[in-house]
Design a protein around this ligand. Structure first.
Ligand code: AMP
Length: 229
């Protein structure tokens, strides 16, 4: 079955997408936001953009991103709230990469409280470590428009060039193996409590992230359609 059809049915839902680096959060968030038309908010992308633009935020976080460590909770929460407030409050959102620590769960609760909204669900993309390392080592990104490719699974049409804007593709600094291992370790210690918390609240939905992106997209989007706005 192909992911597609019934656009709009999920509009207005607020979903957190959880999963280790390399589980396909960005790819799935992009596919789902395209299908359902709700905003995709990626903290990693917002932070990388700030670094590219050398904004005051970017200068503050550049070294942290490069080392694969986490940006301070309060700072990421500010970035998220600023972005959410610029968007249509009725549109809902898919949050990719936040919350990533237990304190960030509380910070998100407060942001939603201030907006008078609630969270529909937390979707967890599950995939084993060997597969994660394989995926991350082949990932290439467009430094200009943020599009994501993979040398094996999703190669660009012209080698080393973005299909969308034609600019050069690069490997993210934090996709180098030593940094990848550190990011997986950080995920285990910092994000496992986030998963536990949403599980205890009864809003966690687990989705297998093995297989082709399109197959995973079918499973992810079926879950999204079950979430109440
Ligand atoms: P990602 O693209 O989601 O893998 O994020 C890339 C990097 O951005 C992470 O390794 C962190 O350095 C930083 N980052 C993204 N989201 C968060 C967050 N919620 N809390 C702290 N740091 C974050």
């Amino acid at each position: 079955m192909k992911a597609g059809g019934k656009p709009g049915r999920a509009a207005g839902v607020r979903i957190v997408l959880l999963g280790p680096p390399g589980s396909g959060k960005g790819t799935q968030a992009e596919l789902a936001s395209r299908r359902f038309g709700f905003p995709w908010i990626s903290t990693g992308e917002l932070l990388r953009r700030a670094v590219r633009e050398e904004s005051p935020l970017g200068r503050r976080v550049a070294a942290i991103l490069e080392a694969g460590e986490l940006v301070p909770d309060g700072l990421v929460a500010e970035v998220v709230e600023g972005d959410v407030r610029r968007r249509d409050p009725e549109a809902g959102f898919l949050l990719d990469g936040f919350p990533r620590t237990r304190p960030q769960v509380d910070l998100l609760d407060r942001i939603l409280e201030r907006l008078g909204r609630s969270l529909g669900a937390a979707l967890l993309l599950e995939v084993g470590e060997a597969e994660l390392l394989r995926r991350l080592s082949g990932r290439r990104v467009c430094g200009s428009c943020g599009a994501i490719f993979h040398l094996v699974f999703h190669p660009p049409r012209a080698e080393g060039r973005c299909d969308g804007c034609g600019r050069e593709l690069t490997q993210r600094e934090d996709d180098r193996e030593a940094v990848v291992r550190r990011r997986l370790q950080v995920y285990e210690t910092e994000t496992a409590p986030v998963v536990d918390c949403y599980r205890d609240r009864g809003v966690l939905r687990r989705v297998s992230a093995h297989g082709e992106p399109e197959e995973v997209a079918v499973r992810v989007q079926e879950e999204i359609l079950r979430v109440q706005p």
